[in-house]
Design a binder for this molecule. Structure first.
Ligand SMILES: [Zn+2]
Ligand SMILES: [Zn+2]
Length: 114
């Protein structure tokens, strides 16, 4: 599943202008979401959620469901819509990853061995 391409501009609580881009799978239900900063002590992160009417910062626990080719934990928030992060492909990141793998095959990450 490709990543949602929604993008917006927002002033952070500390006054800087940021440009959140949605991390969810394309055609997801509900608001868009970008992880802004992790709150490790709390076990989650602050996300910026937005839609056509505006946005807000919300503290949400991690999804943490493991899966995908490498058994990675999902890096989205609990009960997020659409696919888990290990099934969502950012086409730009994927193009960069493939180019790096071509140039530096020694660095590519093989499947976990038992
Ligand atoms: Zn989105
Ligand atoms: Zn998930």
């Amino acid at each position: 599943m490709l990543q949602c391409t929604a993008l917006t501009a927002v002033r952070s609580p500390t006054g800087e202008i940021g440009y959140p881009s949605c991390e969810l799978g394309e055609k997801h239900d509900g608001e868009h979401a970008e992880c802004c900063w992790e709150e490790d002590a709390w076990g989650g992160a602050v996300w910026f959620r937005w839609d056509a009417l505006g946005g807000r910062f919300v503290l949400l626990p991690w999804c943490e469901v493991a899966g995908g080719a490498y058994g990675d934990a999902c890096t989205l928030f609990r009960n997020h819509p659409a696919a888990h992060s290990w099934s969502v492909v950012d086409p730009t990141h994927e193009a960069v990853r493939q180019e790096l793998e071509r140039q530096y095959p020694d660095l590519s990450r093989g499947p976990e061995r038992p």
